[in-house]
Design a protein around this ligand. Structure first.
Ligand SMILES: Nc1ncnc2c1ncn2[C@@H]1O[C@H](COP(=O)(O)OP(=O)(O)O)[C@@H](O)[C@H]1O
Ligand SMILES: [Mg+2]
Length: 206
């Protein structure tokens, strides 16, 4: 293992299986003896949790740029307080959503300027990038079925929006093939996990 730890992000549309797979990876790596920190965006602990509540449950109108800044504010806090220290201590950080969510949702989904969002992401993270990002690519119809009737504000944004988000993720993967790997997430949980493990092991064994 390299001197510092690893920073791995899990990305994809709502219902693609990010939380399911990242928790399976946590268990898998802990069984192998790695120290793992599982975390998520928006809102991990403390201030971030309060921002998460606003983002997912505020029932008034939210300007797209305000939405973007709330996610970015949470990210700036998260990277300094949780991600950076853990990676420095040699741990493997598994993060359920991160910078690519901003590009896919606010950029490709809501139509905010992508280059500007990249700049803002960079500002929020002080330039720290994931060592690996796995995008779980799921057809929008399957994802909607998995989410079911209980949807939060982002999940309720409509099928056309979610299709744009999906295509956004695939575009990101095309642009950064070294960092971003795509897994077919239409498959069952076990099959998706097999593909995920191969990608994780490629990173850890290199
Ligand atoms: N590959 C899969 N096949 C079928 N159901 C799945 C699969 N992955 C996750 N699920 C189920 O779909 C729902 C959403 O999964 P979750 O991991 O919470 O997705 P996300 O975190 O990406 O929104 C959960 O009920 C989960 O058990
Ligand atoms: Mg989730």
């Amino acid at each position: 293992m390299k001197e510092t730890g690893y920073f791995i992000t899990f990305e994809g549309a709502d219902g693609c299986g990010k939380t399911t797979q990242s928790k399976l990876v946590q268990e898998y790596l802990e069984n192998k003896g790695y120290e793992v920190v599982w975390t998520r965006e928006p809102g991990s602990v403390g201030l971030g949790q309060r921002i998460r509540e606003l983002l997912l449950h505020y029932d008034g109108d939210v300007a797209p740029r305000c939405e973007a800044f709330l996610f970015l504010a949470d990210r700036a806090q998260h990277i300094e307080h949780i991600i950076k220290p853990a990676v420095k201590e040699g741990k493997i950080v598994l993060c359920d959503r991160h910078t690519d969510s901003t590009i896919a949702y606010q950029g490709y989904g809501r139509g905010e300027d992508i280059e500007e969002l990249k700049y803002l992401n960079n500002l929020a993270t002080s330039g720290m990038k994931p060592d690996l990002t796995i995008v779980f690519d799921v057809s929008t119809e399957i994802a909607q079925l998995r989410i079911g009737a209980e949807k939060d504000r982002m999940e309720s944004a409509g099928i056309e929006f979610h299709k744009k988000v999906r295509n956004g993720y695939l575009e990101i993967a095309k642009q950064e093939p070294e960092r971003v790997k795509v897994v077919n997430a239409d498959n069952g949980i076990e099959e998706v996990f097999e593909d995920t493990k191969i990608i994780i092991n490629e990173l850890l064994n290199q």
